[in-house]
Design a protein around this ligand. Structure first.
Ligand SMILES: [Zn+2]
Length: 80
């Protein structure tokens, strides 16, 4: 069992498919941007990212709100 601090990051700037950036040595690639209405009635962007698992190297996708980006470094199998 382990306890980890969950940190949220905000992505600044215009998000569009094809954008690449890196954070903390990990490369991310935006593959999809979808506009959604949140429960509070605000419009937000949900971004789908692709990155390679730092443990097994397998490419995987994950989706996060643009305003609450939590960078994942490991695929679901390795995350444990
Ligand atoms: Zn993995």
């Amino acid at each position: 069992m382990r306890v980890e601090r969950e940190t949220r990051y905000r992505i600044r700037g215009i998000a569009c498919p094809g954008k690449r950036f890196s954070y903390d040595g990990q490369a991310y690639h935006v593959v999809e941007v979808e506009e959604v209405i949140t429960r509070s009635g605000r419009v937000g962007d949900v971004l789908t990212f692709e990155t390679n698992c730092e443990n097994c190297g397998q490419a995987f996708h994950f989706s996060k709100m643009k305003s609450y980006f939590r960078p994942l470094k490991q695929c679901r199998r390795c995350e444990g």
